[in-house]
Write a protein that binds this ligand. Structure first.
Ligand code: P6P
Length: 339
């Protein structure tokens, strides 16, 4: 739920945020560059079969996943758009094994940009919504200091901005610079992102959950208990019926939750007990947790607040429980009780 608003362009919103002292010129440039790159990705995604961009690229990424052509193209679009502007000290991508230095030919700035260029790409060939997720940190580099992997490994609470785009029936940019979460809708006629919703608020309670139930037999006890109670509905301890949604595109599931409430869960399970979860901390869980908290929701890994987790590796994975605050608190309590 949110406050409908006068559809001012993203550029005006960012200028006003800068004049109010909530962002500086470099962060304003960064967000404008990312938004412009996402318009390019939206154009490619919307072309679909007509653009020759569907299907596999025939390559794999550091995650060991087969890359779609649009994964590779989206990654290239974001890197090319961000390397020359002088706003970044470096960037990191789900599609790049190590962080990416800014070429010496270009000036450097104070920020780090981390992104999943095209999340949910397994849905592209079947025309289901996908999206881009991005996170912004300060590099905290001192003068002349060389950028290293360690500079990226900051807890999510140190993000200065985060956002995602959903390439769906409409193309949306959801953004937070730490003062609430807002929605911009792409006006295809003018090519502008226009502000369409301010102050997103996630209802504290919900009747809707999002999880891939096909993994049920692999879940640990707290998850078994929690979901069993949801499925018992009004006949069980929760005293109300629940509905389930699972798009298998995090951006689509999270946007639904930001729009009407719900809980999104991707837990650690016995299938691969050494893996803490499927989703990546730095450029999926952290930016989504930042936005969800800005909208009054909650996000944990089952026991810890996601934004407090101190990263150890750039591509580390994490279990994710996020959305309606009271629902996240219940399932997190079940995990604490089991410890
Ligand atoms: P599963 C997409 O591959 C993704 O990373 C998220 O966007 C999505 O929520 C999840 O994985 C889907 O996972 O196991 O249901 O295919």
């Amino acid at each position: 739920m949110s406050t409908p608003t006068k559809p001012i362009p993203l550029s005006r919103f960012l200028i006003e945020e800068q004049h109010a002292g909530r962002i500086n010129a470099e962060l304003r440039l960064l967000i404008e560059v990312v938004a412009r790159a996402c318009k390019g990705i939206a154009h490619a995604v919307n072309k679909g079969a007509l653009g020759g961009v569907l299907g596999d690229a025939g390559t794999g990424n550091v995650q060991g996943e087969a890359q779609k052509k649009l994964d590779v193209l989206s990654n290239e679009i974001l890197i090319e758009a961000n390397e020359w502007g002088g706003h970044l000290a470096g960037l990191a991508s789900e599609e790049e094994e190590t962080f990416v230095e800014i070429p010496h030919a270009y000036p450097r700035g104070e920020y780090l940009l981390l992104f999943d260029p095209l999340d949910g790409s397994s849905n592209i060939d079947v025309d289901i919504s996908v999206g881009t997720i991005f996170s912004v940190l300060r590099s905290n580099l001192s003068a002349g200091e060389k950028l290293e992997n360690k500079h990226f490994l900051q807890p999510g609470k140190q993000q200065v901005a985060a956002g995602y785009t959903v390439y769906g029936p409409s193309t949306l940019l959801v953004l937070s610079v730490g003062h609430g979460a807002l929605v911009f809708t792409l006006d295809r006629e003018t090519g502008s992102f226009l502000l369409t919703q301010r102050d997103l608020r996630i209802p504290a309670d919900t009747r809707e959950f999002a999880i891939n139930v096909s993994n049920q037999r692999h879940w640990f006890a707290p998850m078994q208990k929690y979901v069993a109670e949801l499925l018992q509905g009004k006949d069980g301890p929760r005293g109300k019926d629940f509905n389930m949604r699972w798009v298998a595109s995090m951006v689509a599931d999270v946007h639904r939750i930001l729009s009407r409430g719900g809980i999104f869960i991707y837990p650690r399970d016995r299938k691969e007990p050494d893996k803490p979860g499927k989703l990546r901390l730095m450029y999926e869980a952290n930016p989504m947790a930042f936005i969800v908290e800005q909208a009054g929701g909650a996000a944990t890994d089952g026991t810890r607040r996601i934004l407090d987790i101190v990263p150890e590796k750039l591509h580390q994975r994490v279990a994710v429980f996020l959305g309606s605050k009271n629902e996240v608190e219940i399932v997190t309590r079940y995990h604490h009780d089991a410890e």
